[in-house]
Design a protein around this ligand. Structure first.
Ligand code: ITT
Length: 182
């Protein structure tokens, strides 16, 4: 059984759909202010490996908006807590280029070694919030080739195309290679 360390229950729910045997450890850990999600994960894996027995995974994600020079990116969590989706839509008012992508870096601590699995989902910032499912920026993100936001999709549909879904498929393949899952 693998542990996912996050205080975000929605992440756990999405991941559990892909890796059935997952245990939720609802703890918060310090996230350093770094330039990349990868650096945040490296630091967190080392920090947590001194606190948690055995194997575990963590997830750090962000929304990168092209016309805002990749903002909020590594600041996604802070920006969501402060200005939220309403504030993001205000920032995007009158901006024609609405291209953006979500990125997830999953960190795996396995038998004393660190691994990183990356997933990216390209899309657009919507003109208004739409939908009830999901969490975070889901109501304002429309994945490429779709007309609906992540919040207008059931978990299974989001998982098939999302940043986290793609990173999790890579994680599943790795765990399979290690003989941990079927
Ligand atoms: P952790 O305890 O795992 O760190 P968190 O919610 O702080 O949980 P992140 O730092 O990875 O997670 O996320 C940064 C922000 O991006 C945060 O506000 C999330 O709500 C949002 N976010 C992450 N993944 C998302 C997704 O799949 N869809 C929409 N928003 C997402």
């Amino acid at each position: 059984m693998f542990k996912i360390v996050t205080h975000n229950q929605n992440k756990y729910k999405e991941m559990k759909k892909i890796i059935g045997n997952l245990e939720w450890m609802n703890i918060e850990y310090p996230e350093i202010q770094a330039d990349t999600l990868e650096d945040v994960i490296d630091f967190a894996l080392s920090y947590l490996s001194n606190k948690i027995e055995g194997n575990f995974i963590i997830d750090d994600s962000g929304l990168f908006i092209e016309s805002l020079n990749d903002f909020p990116g590594v600041y996604s969590s802070y920006v969501y807590r402060t200005i939220g989706n309403e504030g993001m839509l205000k920032l995007m008012e009158g901006i024609e280029n609405r291209r953006a992508y979500f990125k997830t870096v999953i960190g795996l601590r396995y038998q004393g070694m660190n691994y990183k699995l990356v997933g990216i989902c390209h899309g657009y910032i919507a003109n208004e919030e739409r939908g009830k499912n999901g969490f975070g920026y889901d109501p304002i993100f429309i994945p490429e080739n779709y007309r609906k936001t992540f919040s207008e999709m059931p978990i299974e549909e989001k998982n098939r195309i999302s940043h986290r879904g793609k990173a999790m498929i890579k994680l599943r393949a790795l765990l399979h290679r290690f003989g941990e899952i079927q």
